[in-house]
Design a binder for this molecule. Sequence first.
Ligand SMILES: [Zn+2]
Length: 335
Amino acid sequence: MNQTILGLHKRATVVDAHIDTLLDIMVPPARPAKFPTPRKFGERSTKGHVDLPRLLEGGVDLQVFAAYIQPEYKIERALHRVIRLIDLFHQTVSMHQDKLSLFTKVADVYEAKKRGKIAAMLSIEGGEAVEADLGILRMLHRLGVRAMTLTWNERNQIADGAAEGRTKGGLTNFGVELVSEMNKIGMVIDVSHISDAGFFDVIETSNAPIIASHSNCRALCNHRRNMTDEMIHRLAQKDGVMGMNFAPAFVDENKGKVTLERVLDHVDHVVKLVGADHVGLGSDFDGIESTPKGLEDVTTMPYFTEGLVKRGYREADVFKIVGGNFLRVFKKVIG
Ligand SMILES: [Zn+2]
């Protein structure tokens, strides 16, 4: 790798808005036997995509860790499960406090970077964790949760997920209340995985910018988890950001075309539609079973930056895309 580009990558404040690594390090194993788990977060592995040594090598400055509620914990055990994942997150941060620090506000990221540490932000993937109670939402915020994906693919008490398209359903009445409360307490609303109708309901309801932490462009890869051009326009009008997802199924319908360059085509598409202020990174590492060629694990992040430079993006835009855009929204919503 070209040293000038590596230097630029190191100077940038790099944000990855979505990984599922918590499930890979959970004891007892949280995943079926085909996954090589549990791994130790502090030890470099050739399995999975993210661990502390590789995260440091990849130059990520703010890593968002998703607490994903697996289907077997829905609906009744969702809160119990999320508390276990939050405990694991905090244990991981304190076990590695020489290299990790807890994110509660954006200033923490710059402070961590100055000390050679990575800021770790906690996000919930699946609003069923709130069990339809705003008091629980507020307490989860106090436990450090700073973003929440309102649904996964199926329906919950908040909204319909992306796999419920037949119903054309969006936010429930409770979902509308929850969006307002998230605005009030400063928790980022994440619309990845929500139904299309749910997306537009959130756009109408939220008075703060929203994110799609790990979603690509439907114009380039026709998948319900990706965003239509109209959705991208509305997200941008709201000053939101979408994180580019490396899951092959969301990158290209043709498996042979799933490469770093194709991920960069998604970046180009967003920039062409709405400019360079609304796109970022949301790798979905450790939530996906295979990766694009050239983006095999978190150590390849500098190649994403290199790809942007090679495509002619000026330095200021590269900085925005690899992290500045998410930081702008987090600053606005969280502080
Ligand atoms: Zn996801």
